[in-house]
Design a protein around this ligand. Structure first.
Ligand code: FMN
Length: 281
């Protein structure tokens, strides 16, 4: 099997599905990944479940709404986690690995943090006290043509575009863009981070390389609009997804390092520091 990082460029949000169930072999492999124990870099342990719509009554089925955004999905991947510090980052990190494994199986997926009926999915997931279910994701074979809603959503979010390197990656201070030459063996890891999906394609991640300490500091530039809507946690999920793309690519290339929260990380107005990657080779 190809390395997981190979599927980062293949993943794209899919909102229109072919009206058919998963092949038995594919379902068995996917279910194996989903039921395995997961732990994020901050130690939180999300639990994942695959809901098969065919196993629901028509009433239950109807209630699991996605506001018309998702068409024909027969399966939903749901992830629950205890609402503890950095749980969102861990959920984003662990779930994106499952999303990439689904991509490797030829399946389409889409992160949904807003356009789903949270209470109905919470009921279907059997959500317990203290747990949260911040996102769900349809999974299935992509349809041959996209629905009009999907085309509009992609265009509206600018989903086919990503910010250029100088807006995302910096060297030693936030006035100095990081060049690909300075990124060296981390060039692909950062490029794959840049391709990560994010809520409304806001791409809120910023990375600062401390060249003296060989350490990458990860920050969030939170959107005012998300703060006002009270859904700022979605951007912590974005950061967890970005961490997974960065780490998977680095490890696939034999580049070693580890995550740590650095109490002496640089401070920057308007940015929230989250975590650092300390290189080891
Ligand atoms: C945390 C998160 C929440 C998202 N929520 C939604 C959503 O509620 N509805 C939706 O249609 N897309 C949602 N998306 C998908 C993004 O719009 C999409 O990832 C982005 O536009 C980039 O497009 P791509 O995934 O095709 O690369 C979400 C993505 C993330 C990471």
């Amino acid at each position: 099997m190809k390395a997981l990082s190979e599927f980062i460029k293949k993943r794209i949000s899919c909102r229109t599905y072919a009206d058919r169930s998963l092949e038995d072999k594919v379902l068995a492999e996917l279910s194996g990944y989903i039921s395995a124990a997961q732990k994020g870099p901050f130690g939180n342990q999300p639990t994942f479940k695959l809901i098969h719509m065919d196993n629901l009554t028509p009433q239950e089925w109807k209630k699991l709404g996605t506001y018309g955004v998702i068409k024909n999905a027969r399966y939903f991947l749901i992830g629950t986690i205890n609402n503890t510090p950095l749980a969102m980052e861990d959920l984003g990190y662990c779930k994106e690995i499952l999303i990439l494994k689904a991509t490797a199986l030829g399946l389409g997926t889409c992160w949904l943090g807003g356009t789903f009926q949270a209470s109905s999915f919470a009921q279907a997931a059997g959500l317990r006290e203290g747990e949260i279910l911040p996102t769900v994701s349809p999974i299935g074979y992509p349809a041959e043509t996209k629905s009009l809603t999907e085309k509009i959503m992609r265009r509206f979010a600018g989903s086919d575009h990503r910010k250029p390197w100088p807006e995302l990656f910096f060297a030693n201070d936030f006035a100095t863009p990081l060049t690909q030459a300075q990124a060296g063996k981390y060039c692909d890891a950062l490029e794959n981070l840049r391709l990560a999906p994010s809520a409304s394609n806001k791409q809120p991640w910023r990375v600062l390389l401390d060249t003296a300490k060989n350490t990458f500091h990860f920050f969030l530039e939170r959107s005012l609009q998300y703060k006002m809507l009270g859904i700022v946690h979605l951007q912590d999920i974005d950061l967890g997804i970005a961490m997974s793309h960065f780490e998977i690519t680095a490890r696939d290339q034999g580049v070693m390092g580890k995550w740590q929260v650095d109490p002496n990380a640089p401070k920057e107005k308007l940015l929230d520091y989250i975590v650092s990657w300390r290189t080891e080779n």
